[in-house]
Write a protein that binds this ligand. Sequence first.
Ligand SMILES: [Zn+2]
Length: 339
Amino acid sequence: MHKFKIIILYFAKYLGFFSIARKITSRGLRILCYHGFSLDDEHLFRPKLFMTQVLFERRLAKISEMGFAVISLDKAVHMIESKTDFSNSVVLTIDDGWEGVGKIAWPLLKQYGFDWTLYLTTYYAEKQTQVMNIAIQYLCWKTSKKEIDLSLFAEIFKHKNEFQGLKSISILEKELQKIGTMFSTSEERQNFLSIVASAFGLNQDDIEKKRLFYLLDMATIKKMHNDGVDIELHTHRHSIGGEDKNKLNLEIAENKKSIQKVCDHKLKHFCYPSGLYTQKHLGWLEELGVVSATTCRPGLNYHTTRLLELGRFLDGENISDIEFEAELSGFSELLRKLK
Ligand SMILES: [Zn+2]
């Protein structure tokens, strides 16, 4: 099915439909979303979450080649509010704040002179331990073992009699995720990951050294801010807190407090963690002084688009060049509208 779609897109491009779509949709603001960047083989592990340097550079070159103006999120929001013409504009956003953003995306964006926004989730940025659930997933993906002898986990599983003998990785992963949440200090967490890695025949020190599943530290965030990067809100624990207003208030307050330790601008743009929200959240965010919020829903933005429900295209290693171009040209948007 995917191959079929790619062939159709190539035909559409060469028949001139991309150019027509571009003309029809030129008034629609394109907002692109990125996450992490691959420091080793993470793009093979989670292609939607981690992108290679080579591909990201190709994306920036394409945006430039297609003649789009890359404008800052703040400017775009002002232009939507004041109904100013923002034809042929693109906004670049990066979510979470993974280590690779500093090493790979930042220098490239600087080289192209593109403005961009980083929606930072602060819990792991402050804690400076690996993002636990992703690190566990990675170990389970990376190991060549199909089954693990549970006696290797004796230390972790000591009170659980059911953990004996061999267990398949896929079943074990769920258990490990549950256990992982029980450790609160960074030392306990690192120790836990080391035990899992060595049972899986992997070298945890190596993964640690490359900082594969770390978020940027706050000192780097400060440098980015001083360099003109727009740092914005993404909650403290990467959670909107369900439909609980107090939880949302706390998440935003802690996120703000943490970012404001190193940045001195007013934080007013937000990105829904995992794209989750309900209509209730819009009013609550407004009360908190949030001016704009991006979703994970693809779609172009016009003067009539609600600022707290901005559409965004999630780019990743899983998106082919032609799909990216179809999205930028507006052809994919027209197809979505037709559907
Ligand atoms: Zn996120």
